[in-house]
Design a protein around this ligand. Structure first.
Ligand code: SF4
Length: 726
């Protein structure tokens, strides 16, 4: 390793550790040593310290031994005379830097100095879990932490757009020469936020600890690793978290020291300045520190050095197209024209036809295009009618393919899509119109993407777009009949009526032993995969993560156990899980990975279960928030009494049947009740308990066990008279 790099790393590490020490001493002086510190909404305390040392830092005084340990990792700065193998010392200094940076940031939270203006600050566990599905299904193949500022705003935007087009999640921050890329992007009116795959963390290098904190938590959340398993956690991040650092502008000692910390986690650093490089070391997969002076090549160099597998959708339309643009909004002041919503009529409808009825690639606009809009008019009616044909296509797949219209449309920069069926709403921005986008390009998108993603079941795709009011009205009327038929067919499906269930092992890329079994009456715990999705996915990729499981011999009707399901799960969980009950929370429940929508948890003293969804940040009667609970459920482990589930499983007739089903539910947040809405009311009626919904307590009546018991007794909740759970 270069002596210059090692010297900078060690100098930087000493500086950061000293800053942490001074800040801690000041904080102890101004507060009591028992003053609580920590980051918001995490179950992992100061996550890097927790993961690597197994220590739960909760108070100011807990920081002292950590800083002592950090100091013990600081070695002598290389002298001018002696050449030594510096790598080990520099890596130690990198870890010391990360510990000190975590403490500094937690202290800043104590002093309300974080998050910085227009920045996200610490990334919560909830955000990480809600992104879980995109991480595992390849929609988000990697992460970039950008530090510094590009030489000019145009280059900053260009780099970020190139990363977005590859669907890389981008954390932006730090500064160089007093300038931060955050401000460059703000000045260029680039939309930032999780939905846009661009997250500003903070304008100084110390706050680059936030992306690293985020990365290490995936080892604890999804990887099933325990706090203190330092080596395993670092190997996990190296092998499963495809992150890299991109340093723009001159590197200073603190950037070098933070970079050395990142290299410990397997994350290489790429710089745009003439620095000494660190070639293969084994710590990272390929090179650890490299330079790329050509901005046109810098993004592809980053991807190559980290070994990220990127799938780029090449769609011949005049604006960039990638999943990273999915969350972008088209605001009123940016609007060129809109369809559906409150502004006009709109519909999107996909149907299967015989192969000889359509010509593949036929795209037709019937009616005026958007460049024929009269001055001042900003709304049009639009019907999108997609016809598909394919030997493996089935009627059941129509709604699955139709649902993709939302995603496919949103991937185009400057187009916003909301809703579905005859309740859709599409907006096109002025900028996108000026770049040349016209309605036929929507057809180009649907044709290309349906072939790209569903080529195994779709052989031909044709798209008609109608913009005359009378055509759109007629098509809405016709399609509504089909929508009703589809709804009835799906509602009528039961576990008994299917001879095959489907597995999902997508999350094994993060939770290696986790297997979801998806039945018609129980969707995957992320809420994204129904039985029909599993079936379609198997047809599309027969060797993929969704495999059919022929139910075979029944072992226990109440628990929902089948021999073949048990055998399958045993094999696919790497022989860790022997048996799984589809309808029980107490006996061999399904394992939970980490991206569950809700957690069901036992409250023994109330003889029932509570449910909490991940958007609820308050306290629950089991004494834990969602975040804390989620920290102890997950990693592909079975935890009787605790279960990660998809929201819609709550209104299934098979919901924890073995323990009494919905009658056992004694508490859930009000928002969750509202989200389940009519379905929950119908389910209560189906149980002959129409007032059950009011007997299920929520946070407005109780957030402690005592308050909950009082409430349940007052309303005479049925769970109180069910047989004891334990
Ligand atoms: S269904 Fe299960 S395994 Fe598949 S993505 Fe969802 S949570 Fe992960």
């Amino acid at each position: 390793m270069s002596k210059i790099v090692a010297t900078s790393v060690m100098r930087g590490a000493k500086d950061v550790v000293k800053q942490a020490e001074d800040f801690l001493n000041k904080a102890i002086k101004e507060n009591s040593p028992d003053t609580k510190i920590g980051f918001p909404e995490t179950a992992f305390y100061l996550p890097l310290i927790n993961a690597l040392l197994g220590v739960e830092v909760k108070t100011l005084k807990d920081c002292q031994p950590i800083l002592e340990h950090a100091k013990s990792l600081l070695h002598e700065i290389p002298t001018q005379i002696l050449n030594l193998p510096y790598l080990g010392d520099a890596l130690d200094a990198g870890i010391a830097t990360l510990f000190a940076e975590e403490i500094i940031m937690a202290l800043r939270y104590l002093y309300k100095q974080e998050p910085q203006e227009q920045c996200n600050g610490f990334f919560t566990d909830t955000v990480m879990r809600s992104l879980g599905i995109q991480l595992v299904d390849g929609r988000m193949p990697g992460f970039a932490a950008i530090l510094g500022a590009a030489p000019d705003n145009k280059t900053a935007v260009e780099i970020v757009r190139q990363l977005q087009q590859r669907n890389i999640l981008i954390f932006v921050g730090s500064s160089s020469n007093g300038r931060s890329i955050i401000d460059q992007l703000i000045e260029e009116d680039v939309q930032m936020g999780w939905d846009n795959y661009i997250v500003p963390y903070g304008r100084d290098t110390l706050s680059a600890i936030y992306p690293l904190d985020w990365a290490i938590r995936s080892a604890l959340t999804f990887g099933g690793l325990k706090a203190g398993q330092a080596k395993k956690c670092l190997l996990y991040t190296k092998e499963r978290v495809f992150a890299f650092g991109l340093a723009l502008g001159p590197l200073d000692d603190i950037k070098y020291a933070t970079g050395a910390g990142a290299i410990n986690m397997g994350f290489p650093v790429i710089a745009d300045t003439d620095i000494p490089e660190i070639k293969p070391t084994g710590v990272t997969t390929y090179e650890a520190l490299v330079k790329e002076l050509d901005y046109k090549k810098i993004v592809s160099r980053c991807i190559e050095v980290r070994g990220i597998k990127v799938k780029v959708a090449s769609i011949p339309i005049p604006v960039p197209y990638a999943a990273a643009f999915e969350g972008e909004r088209v605001r009123k002041e940016q609007l060129y024209c809109e369809f559906g919503g409150k502004a006009s009529n709109g519909i999107e409808f996909l149907t299967q036809v015989e192969s000889d009825e359509i010509e593949d690639g036929h795209i037709e606009l019937i009616g005026p295009d958007i460049d024929q809009l009269e001055e001042g008019v900003k709304a049009m009616s639009l019907a999108i009618i997609i016809k598909v044909a394919g030997r493996k296509m089935q009627k059941d797949f129509e709604p699955i393919l139709e649902r993709q219209i939302h995603r496919f449309t949103n991937y185009a920069m400057g187009i916003m899509h909301i809703g579905q069926r005859d309740m859709n709403w599409i907006r096109i921005s002025e900028d996108t119109f000026k770049k040349g986008l016209r309605l036929k390009h929507l057809g180009v998108i649907f044709h290309a993407m349906l072939h790209q993603e569903y080529g195994a079941i779709v052989d031909k795709v044709a798209v008609n777009l109608y913009t005359k009011q009378k055509d759109v009205d007629r098509l809405i009327k016709e399609a509504k009949k089909t929508f009703d038929e589809r709804d009835e067919r799906v509602m009528g499906m039961t576990d008994e009526s299917a001879d095959t269930f489907y597995s999902c092992t997508l999350c094994q890329s993060f939770a290696p032993n986790h297997v979801c079994v998806i039945t018609p009456e129980r969707l995957g715990l992320c809420g994204a995969y129904s039985w029909l999705d599993g079936k379609a996915s198997f047809e599309i990729t027969p060797t993929g993560p969704n495999q059919p499981i022929l139910k075979g011999e029944f072992l226990d009707i109440k628990l929902g156990q089948w021999k073949n399901v048990n055998d399958f799960v045993y094999q696919k969980s790497n022989k860790i899980i022997n048996s799984v009950s589809m309808y029980s929370l107490m006996t061999s429940p399904q394992s939970s990975c980490g991206c569950f929508e809700c957690i069901v948890a036992i409250i023994p003293e109330a003889n029932g279960f509570m449910i909490v969804h991940r958007d609820y940040s308050g306290m629950t009667p089991c004494g834990m928030s969602f975040t804390t609970l989620a920290g102890s459920v997950g990693g592909g482990v079975q935890t009787p009494g605790f279960l990660g589930i998809g929201k819609l499983y709550i209104v299934s007739k098979k919901f924890i049947l073995a323990e009494g089903g919905l009658l056992r539910i004694i508490w859930m947040p009000r928002e969750l009740k509202e989200l389940l809405g009519e379905r929950l009311k119908e389910r209560c009626k189906g149980l002959n308990q129409p007032d059950l919904i009011d007997k299920i307590c929520d946070e407005t009546a109780a957030t402690t066990s005592e308050e909950l018991l009082q409430f349940l007794t007052k309303v005479n909740h049925p769970a109180l008279s069910l047989p004891p759970i334990i």
